[in-house]
Each structure stands twice: as C-alpha cells, then as structure tokens.
Design a binder for this molecule. Sequence first.
Ligand SMILES: [Zn+2]
Ligand SMILES: [Zn+2]
Ligand SMILES: [Zn+2]
Ligand SMILES: [Zn+2]
Length: 471
Amino acid sequence: MAAAGAEAPGGEGWRAAPRTVPCPPGKLPKPGKPGRNARSDRRATRRDIAFRATDTAAPRRAPRAPPCPRKEFYFLIVAWCVPCLVSLDTLQELCRKEKLTCKSIGITKRNLNNYEVEYLCDYKVVKDMEYYLVKWKGWPDSTNTWEPLQNLKCPLLLQQFSNDKHNYLSQVKKENHRALKPAVAEYIVKKAKQRIALQRWQDELNRRKTHKGMIFVENTVDLEGPPSDFYYINEYKPAPGISLVNEATFGCSCTDCFFEKCCPAEAGVLLAYNKNQQIKIPPGTPIYECNSRCQCGPDCPNRIVQKGTQYSLCIFRTSNGCGWGVKTLVKIKRMSFVMEYVGEVITSEEAERRGQLYDNKGITYLFDLDYESDEFTVDAARYGNVSHFVNHSCDPNLQVFNVFIDNLDTRLPRIALFSTRTINAGEELTFDYQMKGSGDVSSDSIDHSPAKKRARTVCKCGAVTCRGYLN
Ligand SMILES: [Zn+2]
Ligand SMILES: [Zn+2]
Ligand SMILES: [Zn+2]
Ligand SMILES: [Zn+2]
C-alpha cells in the first residue's frame, strides 16, 4: 500500500492555510490629499485609515461613512433573520456602512477600521511596476483594488499566489509575464477561497470532536471543498425506534483490573489489552471494556476505545482518484486503537432501502453489525466521524473489532479500528470494507446477503492482493 502524501507532519502542507497578514501602509499619501480618480481615492482612504488605526499616539476617529439609506438598513435586519438569502459580500458591505462588527462574517473591531489582505486575486505589470489585485479581509469582492508590490507586506500570501500560479501553469504550460490570463487568476481565487473554506471546516470538526487527537484537513490536489452533506458526530446516532442502552447492568469491583477477574471474564472472554494498551486478542474476539458501573478509575488498563482517538489525523485529498482519505500525522504503534466507526444506527431493512437509493459511493458507508445477528447496520454516509473518510484497501493497516462498553446488547456492538502494524507518520489509514467484526473476509456472506442487489464498486486500492471490488 502506498504511503499517501509526501508531507511530514507539521510540514508546510497542512499548515499552509491562509493566514491573514496585516498589510501595513506603504508610502502613504498625505491624509486629505486628493487622489487622481475614484480608484486611487479609495486606496488613499484605505491607507489613511490603516495608518490611523496603528497610530496609537494620536487616536482619531475614522471618517464617518455616509448615512445609510433606510432601505439598506431594512435589508440588513432581514439579512440577520434569513442569512442564506443574502450573500456574504452584501452582509459585509452593509456592516461596513453601518460600522457594525460581526465576527461570524469576518468583520471585527480590528479590521473594521484596518485593512488586511485576505488573499491575492490577480497580477499585472504596468510601466515596469508589479501590481496585485487584493481581496481585503471582511470587504466584499467589489472593493478589491490593485496594489503595487512594494505596498504588500504579506510574504506568505505572495508565496501562496506564486505556488498556485505555478501549479496551474505547469498544467497548461503557457505563461504571460505581464498579466495573467483570466483562467489563471480565476483558478488562484478559487484556490484561495477553497483554502478558507477548508480551514473553516477544519475548525468546525475540531470544535465538534470530543477526543484528544486533532483533525487537520488538506487538499493539495484539486479544487474540491468541504463535503456539503456531512455532519460530524462522536458516537452512534440511533434512528427513531432503536434504543442504545447507555448504562451497563454489571460493573466490576477490582482494585487492579489487569490481574483480577474483571469485566471480560464476566463475559467469558479474555482481557483485550496488554500493559502497553495494545490489543492482544485475535480478530473476531469481542472486547469488553470496563464501564460506568465499574469501581475502577479512568486509568484502568481496560478503558481504551472509550477514550477516543488519541492521534492527530489528517483528512486529505488523495491523488489516485480515491476522493478524500485519512492519514496519520504521528507514528502509530502496532495493535493500537486508532478510531471508532460511528454513524446512524439503522435496521437492516432500512439499510437495504437506503442501499438501493445510494450511489456506489454511498453504499460503501453501510457497515453491517453482524457480530451475532444481522438486525442493524451503521450508516456513516451523512453522519460520521473521521472514519467516514477512511478508504478501503484489500491490504489494510487497520483491523475491525467489536466492542462492548456500556451497551452489552450483542446485536449492537461498537466498531473499533486497531492498527495491524506500525503505521508511520504521513501514511494513509485504510481498512477492509468487507472485513467486518468476524475477523476474516467472508465472501459467502456477501454473495448470500440481500446486498447482492447493490451495485458493485471497483477497488482502486492498488494492493498486490486487490480483490477488484469493494463490495
Ligand atoms: Zn475490573
Ligand atoms: Zn470493569
Ligand atoms: Zn477497570
Ligand atoms: Zn483492492
């Protein structure tokens, strides 16, 4: 299996999300000096304001904006009630006119009277002077201005612009040194917007997750942004009518769960972990962890899956046409718990119905809970965690285990993914979509299941032992 992505953890790749860099004034025209035309007027005012905002010795009020027409104010109110009907640009423009701050649309106290370059949109040379078209943070596109290179103090964004330009031009192999072709500028702006969208999504994922490991998002491959219909959850989301018991009926009273007759023994199985928190039982054997009724504390060696993902992982765009994938940013020891597979818990009949509706891609998110019965399925198509993005491989580095913690109903195990070997930082994580909790690939159960009506998906895992299909 190929290691995915060349970037080392902490490398430029996933940290390259655009940092807004204050763009301090260059050679400022004297305040009040009239400009030659409307555009240069605006630039003069802009620099003027930037200058005043940083000039703490002599604070002066920014010039008042012209009074806002009543009609526009009305639209502003409407905009707050129905934000989806008004573009971000319009909202920002109205806020600026009314001198209102609103963090969620990027207008803060700091940038209300100050100017930061959000990204660079275009480039040209006029009379041997280099100019960049600047998108100002918190200002709509209509207020973008051409600024001479010497006024721009944002080396990271200039570098980003240059990288994006070269990436694009390396594909078309035509370069014009005096001005960019519209297609190039368009690409650079799309790339900048994508970077901002992915950064927002990354922030949202990290706000929602309850586990220790951080989640990063990276796309150095194409213009694909965050998925539009995906919601991050940390645990199973049972469909109406399905109840997940959240308190076990039995708990141990060990003083040391590693040596005493503990919860696993009560269930008739071995303790799943060694002293190094590695799984030591063979695939197909269930894990019974200590639960909320147990006397032991959080450091009990039999509490691993319940603590959640400990590793920093990165959702990244694969370059081999497999869409999004997940790679680890840190080294993972062999036989270690990596992540849980979560999603909506639905009945198998409902899974069958959805399976008919889903395209090939959607079907691969259906995970049958077939540990002891085949009543339920986990559907991670719309609701899921990082595991939603983990690709299939016929030669995977993750292995599935059934886990029981507070819910001891054998029809509803939790699904945990453990490493089968040492996984180095930067390597893509994969599991075998056919290898359910039973421990091996049971092609029989696939052939005989009602799932055979589902369309088959060609596997692109590239493993020597590739079976050719995902389902
Ligand atoms: Zn115990
Ligand atoms: Zn216990
Ligand atoms: Zn315990
Ligand atoms: Zn394969």
